[in-house]
Ligand binder design. Structure first.
Ligand code: ADP
Ligand code: MG
Length: 235
């Protein structure tokens, strides 16, 4: 599903550049549930944003569902995002003046789905998230865990093949975090590939595979057991 080779990415900094991803090799099969771990600043969000076509890369290759993602126009990137990908963020990124139902239906609005069908599908999706009785609540009328359920419903509404979650439990208490992880596990059981960035060991332990990133390099990945960097890795 996701195949990355020798991927590099830097950001401009002062007069020079800051190299953030330093040769990433990563393969994620369809249907996997993978955690990306690493300390703050190790490049986890940058990697997830490249995978999510929210950011471009400087060198290497990236193929998504067998298609080469190098040098996409913004228009084609947007099309791949809406066809393949769903996003979940630490801070939910819901629209504050829209209720749960409207937030969930937004991706369908952009796809030109008629209003009645948008409402029906969004209502069903909120039901699957255990939120049937909260459809007309605004984000500030919902708890953190409920808002994250709305955000997950929004990520799923257009039937993505991959869900990318950046610290999805970072703003939640541990009980609520585990509930959100349970929801993401169910999403994965429906066959959707799930990639979760986290710095919490107990969250990562609920995934099937843990990839560790340190200073822009993968230092541990059970799918690549012989990595030379593994011996020196202490993360
Ligand atoms: P993580 O998610 O692991 O904490 P990030 O991928 O967000 O790490 O950041 C990795 C490094 O890249 C950090 O040093 C950060 O300051 C830098 N960085 C991230 N995004 C940008 C950006 N848009 N412009 C410049 N530097 C950035
Ligand atoms: Mg981050």
């Amino acid at each position: 599903m996701i195949e990355i080779q020798s991927l590099e990415k830097s950001y401009p900094m002062g007069r020079g550049t800051l190299q953030v991803l330093k040769g990433i090799d990563l393969k994620i099969e369809a249907g996997e549930m993978v955690a990306i771990m690493g300390s703050s600043g190790s490049g986890k969000s940058t990697l997830l944003n490249v995978i999510g076509l929210l950011d471009d890369f400087d060198a290497g290759t990236y193929s998504l569902g067998g298609d080469d993602m190098d040098g996409l126009t913004e228009k084609r990137a947007a099309r791949y995002r809406s066809q393949y990908l769903g996003f979940v963020f630490q801070s939910f990124n819901l629209i504050s003046f829209k209720d749960a139902l409207e937030n969930v239906s937004l991706p369908l609005f952009y796809q030109g789905v008629p209003r009645k069908e948008r409402q029906k599908r969004s209502s069903e999706m909120l039901g699957r998230m255990g939120m049937e009785d909260r459809q007309h609540h605004l984000p500030n009328e919902l708890s953190g865990g409920q808002n994250q359920r709305v955000a997950i419903a929004r990520a799923l509404i257009a039937n993505p093949r991959v869900v990318l979650a950046d610290e999805p439990t970072g703003a939640l208490d541990s009980t609520t975090s585990n509930e959100v992880m349970q929801v993401l596990r169910e999403v994965n059981q429906d066959g959707i590939t799930v990639v979760i960035v986290t710095h919490e060991e107990d969250i990562a332990a609920q995934c099937d595979r843990i990839i560790r990133l340190n200073d822009g390099q993968i230092v541990r990945d059970p799918s690549q057991p012989g990595r030379p960097a593994e011996d020196s890795a202490d993360v």
